[in-house]
Design a protein around this ligand. Structure first.
Ligand code: SF4
Length: 378
């Protein structure tokens, strides 16, 4: 096995937020009780120490949530210390990302995070339109997002990613173009652009069902997606995945691990792990998670064996580089083009996939209709 295959990532889930956004279906709770959060941090540290010794070298750590920017720097330091004790960290190349919410951060705290080694900020802007931010029940305004971005720069963060959402109720093409322009003017190193998913049971889903908010228009969302690719590529960003754009050298190395089926070990409530063709996830209830770990047991509540070949193909096709056909053959012993000959030929004729430089890739059009192409590997 080459050195490249030996690398792994770590994901830490912090499931607390100051309030709940109307579209959110993540495993999160309102941050009310400091003692409870403290217990949760102790449980994460214990879960890490309970985990099996890992032969992998860790070069990415990702704090997601929830709102991990609510972590105290002392809590963050404790988690990082236990990771360091348990795993072999590649300090020279370590990418440590922390998701940040504009309403939960000060310059002093950002400087503390930076001094602890956090070197990448994933920043939940979502939109620069205050009316849409209110529909989403976000706690911040567009002005606060811009101010926080400047604070990040002041604190020395030179690797910042914005999250933006496309396909919001009331979002017109003009609003979307303005969002893109404001984002590009601020010049973050990376942008992740998500299509709004309406999850059953969320306040937004109820509002749409009772017609208090309009159903987003799918055709308009597809047009917005095309506009986004055009605007960002014209501004020097490179699309390296269906929803992700970066300046050269600033791709998310952690997220690339998911798309390349590299090992990732997740800790915390509801966290997923993937390694050697096996996927497992943790208990989803925060109290049960803490109790299980406190009693000295791992909080795993779901395990499955994954068909690694189809997972590798399915996820690899999300990447602009596509699936390297030689690598696929080497890893799985099959010729992908023979294995899925009829399906690939059909999508080639429709202009949705192409074979270029030894890889099978989505075309620009294929990126828009990717879900249909992915059905090949399901
Ligand atoms: S900040 Fe993120 S995790 Fe928290 S409620 Fe909003 S969308 Fe969900």
């Amino acid at each position: 096995m080459s050195d490249k295959l030996q690398r792994a990532g770590i994901y830490i889930h912090f499931p607390f937020c100051l309030s709940r956004c109307s579209y959110c279906d993540f495993v999160t709770e309102i941050y009310r009780d400091e003692d409870f959060v403290e217990k949760y941090i102790a449980a994460i540290c214990k879960e890490i120490s309970l985990s099996a010794a890992s032969p992998y070298q860790v070069d990415t750590i990702y704090f997601g949530g929830g709102t991990p920017s609510l972590l105290k720097s002392s809590q963050l330091e404790r988690i990082l210390k236990i990771i360091d004790l348990k795993f072999s960290l590649m300090f020279d190349e370590l990418e440590i990302t922390l998701e940040m919410n504009p309403a939960s951060i000060s310059l002093e705290k950002l400087k503390q995070f930076k001094s602890l080694g956090i070197n990448r900020a994933s920043f939940g802007v979502q939109t620069f339109d205050d009316y849409l931010l209110r529909i989403l029940s976000r706690r911040h305004t567009a002005k606060q997002s811009i101010e926080t971005f400047h604070l990040l720069r002041k604190a020395g963060f030179d690797n910042v990613s914005f999250d933006l959402i496309v396909g919001l109720p009331h979002q017109t093409m003009q609003i979307w173009k303005d969002d893109l322009k404001k984002a590009i003017d601020l010049n973050p190193e990376h942008l992740s652009l998500y299509l709004l998913e309406i999850h059953e049971g969320t306040p937004l889903a109820k509002q749409i069902r009772s017609q208090r908010q309009p159903q987003p228009d799918e055709d308009l969302s597809a047009e917005m997606y095309k506009t986004m690719i055009e605007c960002l590529e014209n501004s020097g960003y490179v699309q390296y995945e269906i929803s992700n754009f970066a300046r050269s050298g600033f791709q998310s190395r952690h997220n690339l691990k998911y798309w390349r089926c590299s090992p990732v070990f997740g800790f915390g409530v509801s966290a997923f792990s993937f390694c050697d063709g096996r996927r497992w996830s943790n208990e989803k209830n925060i109290k049960k998670y803490i109790e299980t770990v406190e009693s000295g047991r791992l909080p795993i509540n779901f395990t499955e064996n994954v068909n690694l070949a189809s997972e590798f193909a399915f996820l690899g096709l999300r990447l602009a580089d596509g699936i390297n056909l030689d690598e696929y053959k080497q890893r799985f012993g099959f010729d992908l083009l023979e294995q899925f000959h009829d399906e690939i030929e059909k999508f080639q004729k429709l202009g949705l996939v192409e074979i270029k430089e030894g890889s099978l890739r989505l075309t620009k059009q294929g990126m828009i209709y990717s879900n249909e192409v992915f059905m090949i590997f399901v």
